[in-house]
Design a protein around this ligand. Structure first.
Ligand code: SAH
Length: 407
C-alpha cells in the first residue's frame, strides 16, 4: 500500500481522531510497486504515518486540499469486516434510540464523518437504501457497502446508488455513478410505488428524479414540532419540496395549509402525499412558484398567516458565498415576517454549512428589525439524531433553525 508521511507535528489532529489530512501536512508520498503514475490514484487506500514513522491510520486518497479521509485510526489496513462493522454500529445507534419503528421506517443510516465513514451518505426508505458517495474512495467501494447494508439492515431489500451530483466534479471514476446496485425488485421501472413512513405519515420517495437521496430526512423532528403548533392556524410552507411540513401541519389540525415550491415535480408529489394521507382534505393548496415572487404577490393581496415555515435550499454552498447568502436570508425572512399576524410563529431554517448559527440569527433578527416587528426565540433547532456530529469534525453541523414568536 502507498504510504503518506506527514510533516513533524502534523500528526496531532489525527491523534485526536480528526478524520482529514490536508495536503499541506504531507512531507512525502511513497508509492507502492503497483503504481505507474507518479502520484496515488484518487480513491485508493493509503496508509498514513507520522514523521517519526508511527502508524496513524488508513484512508482514501483524494485530489484537492483534503488529501486523505481517514477510515480507520491506528491501523495499517482495513479490517476484513470493516464495512459490516461500521454499518452495524450505525444501525445499532438508530435502533437503540428508538428511531426505527413500524410507523417510522425512514432514517439516515450513515451520515459521513458523524458515523466515521467520511464521504458516505446512506438513507433508508422502507425496504430500499439509497447510497450517495461524496468521494471517489466511497465510489470504489460501493458494492461492498451495498452488500454490508443488505446484510446488516434487515428491512433493506434493494440498494440504489445516486452519486451523479455528489462525486468531485473532475474525478476519474470507473463504472456507473447512478443506478441499482442490488435488486430483486420489479418496481424499479415504476418508481411510483415506493412509499415510506415517517412518524406515521406516508411519503412517496422518488430518488430517481427527486433531489438528494429523494427526501429531506433531516427535518423529521422539526416537522413534528410544527405539528404541535399547527392547530387552528393558517399555515404557509415555503420551499415545501414533497410537503413534509405540510403533512404534519395538516395532522396537527391546521385550518389551512399552503405549500409553495419552485419545482412543479415537487408540487405534484406534495399533492400525491396529501391525497394519500388526508384523502378528504379540502384545506390544502399547493403552488409552483418562486418564493420571493410568491411572497411579494401575497403581500400585495394583503394576505397574512399564523405560522410560516421557511426552509430554503443552501444559499451558500461555499465560504466565499456567505455574504450574499446572509443577504438572501435577511430578504426572505423580512418578507415572511411582514406577513405573520400578531402572535404568530415563524419556523426559519438554514442548511448552509458555511453559515454559522450566530450569523444566521443575526440575519433573521435584522429582517425582523427591518420590517419593524418584535420577535422572540421560542426554540433553536438543528439536525436530528440520525445526522450525528463527529465531535472532532464540527464542520458536520449544518442545519440550524429558529422558531420565533412574532408580536
Ligand atoms: N422543506 C422541505 C425541503 C426543502 S429543500 C422538506 O421538508 O422536505 C429546498 C426546496 O426549495 C427544494 O424543493 C427546491 O425545489 C426549492 N426551491 C429552490 N429555489 C426556490 C425558489 N426560488 N423558490 C421556491 N422554491 C425554491
Amino acid at each position: 500500500m502507498t504510504t503518506i508521511y506527514l510533516k513533524p507535528h502534523k500528526e496531532e489532529s489525527l491523534k485526536r481522531f480528526h478524520p482529514w489530512v490536508f495536503s499541506g501536512a504531507i512531507a512525502k508520498v511513497v508509492l507502492d510497486a503497483s503504481h505507474k503514475a507518479s502520484a496515488p490514484e484518487e480513491g485508493e487506500l493509503v496508509s498514513v504515518r507520522s514523521s517519526a514513522n508511527e502508524v496513524l491510520g488508513v484512508g482514501h486518497w483524494q485530489v484537492g486540499s483534503i488529501a486523505v479521509r481517514i477510515l480507520a485510526f491506528g491501523v495499517e489496513a482495513l479490517p476484513a469486516d470493516f464495512w459490516n462493522e461500521r454499518i452495524r454500529a450505525a444501525y445499532q445507534v438508530r435502533e437503540s434510540i428508538g428511531l426505527i419503528r413500524p410507523n417510522n421506517d425512514t432514517f439516515r443510516l450513515i451520515h459521513g464523518e458523524g458515523d466515521f465513514l467520511p464521504g458516505l451518505i446512506v438513507d433508508v426508505y422502507a425496504d430500499t437504501a439509497v447510497i450517495q458517495a461524496h468521494s471517489v474512495g466511497m465510489h470504489v467501494y460501493r458494492n461492498e457497502i451495498a452488500k454490508a447494508v443488505l446484510a446488516e439492515v434487515k428491512q433493506v431489500k434493494n440498494v440504489y446508488y445516486k452519486s451523479d451530483d455528489t462525486l468531485p466534479f473532475k474525478a476519474p471514476v470507473e463504472g456507473e455513478k447512478t443506478g441499482w446496485l442490488t435488486t430483486n425488485d420489479q418496481r424499479q421501472t415504476t418508481n411510483d410505488e415506493y412509499w415510506s413512513q415517517e412518524n406515521g405519515l406516508s411519503f412517496r420517495i422518488d430518488w430517481l428524479r427527486g433531489q438528494k437521496t429523494g427526501f429531506f430526512v433531516d427535518q423529521r423532528e422539526n416537522r413534528a414540532l410544527v405539528e404541535r403548533y399547527a392547530k387552528g392556524k393558517d399555515v404557509l410552507n415555503m420551499f415545501c419540496y414533497t410537503g413534509g411540513f405540510s403533512l404534519y401541519a395538516l395532522r396537527g389540525g391546521a385550518k389551512t395549509v399552503d405549500s409553495v415550491d419552485v419545482s412543479q415535480k415537487a408540487i405534484d408529489l406534495v399533492n400525491v402525499n396529501v391525497a394519500r394521507n388526508f384523502p378528504k382534505a379540502t384545506n390544502h393548496t399547493a403552488v409552483a412558484a418562486d418564493a420571493f415572487e410568491y411572497l411579494s404577490a401575497q403581500r400585495e393581496q394583503k394576505r397574512t398567516f399564523d405560522l410560516i415555515i421557511l426552509d430554503p435550499p443552501a444559499f451558500a454552498k461555499h465560504r466565499d458565498a456567505v455574504k450574499n447568502a446572509l443577504r438572501g436570508y435577511q430578504r426572505i425572512n423580512a418578507k415572511a415576517i411582514e406577513m405573520i399576524r400578531p402572535g404568530g410563529i415563524l419556523f426559519t431554517f438554514s442548511c448552509s454549512q458555511a453559515v454559522d448559527k450566530e450569523a444566521f440569527r443575526l440575519a433573521v433578527f435584522s429582517a425582523a428589525a427591518q420590517v419593524g416587528r418584535k420577535v422572540r426565540i421560542l426554540h433553536q433547532l438543528h439536525q436530528p439524531q440520525d445526522h450525528p456530529i463527529n465531535i472532532y469534525h464540527p464542520e458536520g453541523e449544518y442545519l440550524k433553525g429558529l422558531v420565533l414568536y412574532v408580536e
